[in-house]
Ligand binder design. Sequence first.
Ligand SMILES: [Fe+2]
Ligand SMILES: [Fe+2]
Length: 306
Amino acid sequence: METIDQNEIKTATPGSSSFMFQNSPSMQELLLKPISKDNPIVNDAKIRRLYLQASSQQWYAPQKMNFDLPVDPDPETCKVWARIAEVFYTLEKMGLNVIANMMPKAAGKLKSDEVVNYLAVQCHDEARHVFVVENYLKKLGAPPVYNYKYHVLGQAASMGFYRVENWMFSTLFSENFASVFLRRAKAGRIDPFGAEMCRYLMIDESRHLHFLHIVLPDVMDRLSLMGKTYVKAAQFFIMKFSELVSRGLASDAAYVGINRRDMLEEIFENVEKAYEGFGVTRQFLRFPKITDSGVSTATVSYPSVN
Ligand SMILES: [Fe+2]
Ligand SMILES: [Fe+2]
């Protein structure tokens, strides 16, 4: 299992700033004290620190990654990775569009100015991911195309009532999905460029999960029974949809050494553990059954989102 270099995800800001943070109470007061006026719903001090951490970990893709690294010499393997990467590209692009749309709504709902700053940096992370995966697809000989087949996921995650809460809980699934996929892809039969891509994207995704673990317990506490029921239905839909569409990719995934069933089980388990951390158990969240064949979209039903 890939372990992330802790030095890369430390909150300490490099250079003289870290000196100021550690040794000067007045600098700590100036730089670390949150500014939200309106009784924020979330832990603003932690989010402000995470904003600083995220800012200090920004990276410029052409400098950090060697875009000259090769992809697989076998054209068939390239085609398989291209099909898998197209789905990942679509999800990253969707994530970027949705976060850009949800940023001000989330900050307003959570009454937190710190959330605005933090999410702006996360939005930039997602733009970088789109950029990197786009170039990976080009190297594999495939055009970067947004596949509208998956578009409904973005809609389910950010529309309707409780859209902020719904979006945040949906990203708990999608960020876990991205993290587990990237780790398994990196451990699979991937080319040198792809492995480099997975390595750097994973560091950002683990920070995105960190943000959710800060805010979601508070969001869950404030959610009405009605809100919880709504979020629960949307979550089930998203997981069911992912279970269904990933069936079509099972043989491609197996070809490059990723076991789809194991991957989904790990993702569902991570989501379940996170919910347990928020004080709710499996009785709250229903998980879809992971099935290997017999694709049928007729079993999916979803409450109206308009
Ligand atoms: Fe991403
Ligand atoms: Fe992310």
